[in-house]
Design a protein around this ligand. Structure first.
Ligand SMILES: [Mg+2]
Length: 108
């Protein structure tokens, strides 16, 4: 019988050989920060799920926007994102106006 530890050893060795465990780079930091934006979305959901009140929900939205704007600013300064976020939002809103109901998706 194969143990989970043996499977993990094999999986990890393969991942190392394929270059997935190199020394961390700034991209790894950016990805961690992006995960924190996602975590704020989860906190909004949890505030609703646990009926923590409208103020808590809005605070978590504030957290999400603060983190998103901070990460976007950092990526823009590094040349990894277009700095004109306002224009991108406006363009996306105009694009969404032209899309079909539910953007042609089954749900969401
Ligand atoms: Mg929060």
């Amino acid at each position: 019988m194969v143990s989970l530890r043996n499977l993990a050893d094999r999986i990890h060795n393969t991942a190392k050989m394929k270059g997935f465990w190199k020394a961390p780079t700034m991209m790894d930091v950016y990805v961690a920060k992006i995960c924190l934006i996602i975590s704020e979305g989860v906190e909004i959901m949890e505030a609703l799920r646990k009926d923590q009140g409208a103020q808590k929900v809005t605070e978590e939205f504030a957290d999400l926007f603060i983190r998103a704007l901070d990460v976007h600013h950092t990526l823009a300064q590094a040349g990894l994102a277009d700095p004109n976020l306002e224009l991108a939002i406006q363009s996306k809103m105009e694009k969404n106006d032209r899309r079909p109901v539910m953007h042609g998706h089954r749900w969401g």
